[in-house]
Design a protein around this ligand. Structure first.
Ligand code: ADP
Ligand code: MG
Length: 175
């Protein structure tokens, strides 16, 4: 289930809800869009990217790039580049792993743990912050805050939230 908590803050009650949110975004993204995913270990960042990939029509199983740092999926509507910067210690390593080259590519970029190196990220990006803190009693509940840092990401967020309003209404109707 997806519910609106307040402006730019949404709640999901289970992993499927988080994936549904990501799927709604998948139909709106364009080549060049960048999503920073932040939140603690186990918050649901990789699950979110799985939903996004499914929405883009990626057929491969999306796994965590914690060890590879970058995993690419090119068979969907738009190429998807999935980073996980958890294991990087220094922003200087980004050059070596081809981070900046990928940002120039015609694809959609998702960056887990991007908040480790904010100065290295594109100025205009959607920030999706997942958290389970607000609902300690419910282990499957997540709060998802959506931030936007520029013109395109604000436009994308507006379109996404419009779609989420409709999805949330559908869930309301089912109850
Ligand atoms: P991260 O990439 O942030 O470290 P993962 O996406 O790998 O986290 O793992 C999130 C875990 O939390 C998964 O085991 C998933 O099944 C579980 N989970 C439970 N509820 C939710 C939810 N509402 N949204 C996302 N993940 C959830
Ligand atoms: Mg992860």
């Amino acid at each position: 289930m997806i519910s609106k908590m307040q402006d730019h803050t949404w709640g999901t009650s289970c992993v499927e809800g988080t994936k549904e949110m990501a799927k709604a975004l998948a139909s709106l993204v364009e080549a060049g869009d960048c999503m920073e995913l932040s939140g603690d270990l186990g918050a649901g960042k990789t699950q979110f990217v799985q939903g996004l990939a499914a929405g883009l029509g990626v057929s491969a199983q999306v796994i965590s790039p914690t060890f590879n740092i970058l995993l690419s999926y090119i068979d969907g509507r738009i190429p998807l580049f999935h980073f996980d910067l958890y294991r990087l210690d220094d922003a200087l390593e980004l050059e070596d792993i081809g981070f900046y080259d990928v940002l120039e590519d015609e694809g959609v970029v998702c960056i887990e743990w991007g908040d480790k190196f904010p100065e290295a990220l594109p100025d205009d990006r959607l920030i999706v912050y997942l958290s389970s803190k607000s609902a300690l009693e419910d282990v499957a509940a997540r709060t998802i805050d959506i931030d936007a840092t520029g013109k395109r990401s604000r436009e994308l967020r507006a379109l996404w939230e419009e779609a989420l309003e409709k999805a949330a209404e559908r869930f309301q109707g089912l109850r």
